[in-house]
Design a protein around this ligand. Structure first.
Ligand SMILES: NC(=O)C1=CN([C@@H]2O[C@H](COP(=O)(O)OP(=O)(O)OC[C@H]3O[C@@H](n4cnc5c(N)ncnc54)[C@H](OP(=O)(O)O)[C@@H]3O)[C@@H](O)[C@H]2O)C=CC1
Ligand SMILES: O=C([O-])CC(=O)C(=O)O
Length: 278
């Protein structure tokens, strides 16, 4: 009996098989939790990673992953998502995407309305409140969203930055003043900071209008946590969410919450899903 079939029989014959693209900070946390049985009724079916995955789970390509898994979790970045999503959709797979920023790209956005047979589900990732924003949107009132994200400076370094910008972020020390490194719309935010501002894309997709979202990104040398301050203004009220997330120990750009948001979504989709938020 293989490790997968043993896990499946322990989880039940109807177990949901989970495939993973990206075995980094989020992917490893998801794998660990699945192997530990933290999502009842879900088992790990395979892992695809550029840098290699554990031998017993390694899958060579996305076609093989769709054949092996009932649902595929993308935790590999916007470019990887753009590369794998069409194949998953065309082969009838279900893709749970974490790199929501990719869906603000003109080449990727239409995949959200792809006729199938596959489908895409977006992870809530590092934030909360998307349900409220969608409710406000449904009410027909004009919704505006302001996001102010604050992270530790080294987590914000990008390949396109000048040496001066990069050194400024890498050498910032506690006691130094915070600085705004980006202010603008979610599309530009997702392109310039692809592994930092997927939350901005999630907000833009929830409100269904990138123009209604303003993003500010702050580098704060004194920040112990990643902070997302979301203000939603609509005819229903003014709603503020402040998330102070501990960063993942494996990747300071990623909040530890993100893997658990993926796992929560898998629990909701799996054969042992329970009503009433349990
Ligand atoms: N929605 C949200 O709130 C959030 C979304 N994210 C998204 O999640 C992504 C993953 O985050 P995290 O786990 O911290 O990142 P990591 O960099 O720790 O891990 C990503 C892994 O994916 C691998 N990878 C990259 N491209 C491919 C590919 N084409 N096929 C297979 N594997 C690939 C990487 O390999 P290698 O290192 O060799 O490139 C790496 O092992 C981020 O890039 C970001 O887009 C992150 C945080 C919050
Ligand atoms: O993990 C976080 O707090 C947010 C993040 O990186 C992203 O939105 O890409």
């Amino acid at each position: 009996m293989t490790a997968e079939s043993l896990a499946r029989s322990e989880a039940g014959v109807d177990a949901m098989r989970v495939g993973l693209v990206g075995y980094g900070a989020i992917g490893r946390q998801v794998v660990e939790a699945l192997i530990a049985g933290r999502v009842p009724g879900a088992v790990l079916a395979g892992i695809m990673d550029k840098a290699g995955a554990p031998e017993e789970f390694a899958v060579a390509d996305v076609d093989a992953l769709v054949d092996t898994a009932d649902i595929i979790v993308e935790a590999a970045g916007s470019q990887a998502l753009q590369e794998i999503a069409p194949a998953v959709l065309e082969r009838g797979g279900t893709l749970l995407a974490v790199s929501t920023g990719a869906f603000l790209r003109p080449a990727v956005r239409p995949l959200l309305d792809h006729p199938g047979p596959g489908r895409i589900i977006l992870s809530t990732g590092a934030i909360a409140g998307l349900d409220l924003i969608r409710a406000a949107r449904l009410s027909g009132s004009g919704v505006r969203v302001d996001l102010r994200t604050t992270k530790r400076p080294p987590a914000l370094v990008q390949p396109w930055m000048s040496d001066e910008q990069r050194d400024g972020l890498q050498q910032a020390r506690p006691g130094d003043a915070p600085s705004v490194v980006f202010s603008g719309g979610p599309e530009q935010a997702a392109e310039l900071f692809p592994a930092n501002l997927n939350v901005a894309a999630a907000l833009a997709l929830a409100v269904d209008s990138p123009e209604a979202v303003h993003v500010e990104l702050v580098a704060d040398p004194n920040a112990e946590r990643t902070r997302h301050e979301v203000t939603v203004t609509s005819d229903l009220g003014v709603h503020r969410f402040v998330l102070e997330n501990y960063p993942s120990p494996a990747n300071p750009a990623t909040s530890a919450l993100v893997a658990w948001a993926v796992l929560r979504c898998l629990a909701d989709l799996g054969p042992r899903a329970r009503p009433a938020f349990r």
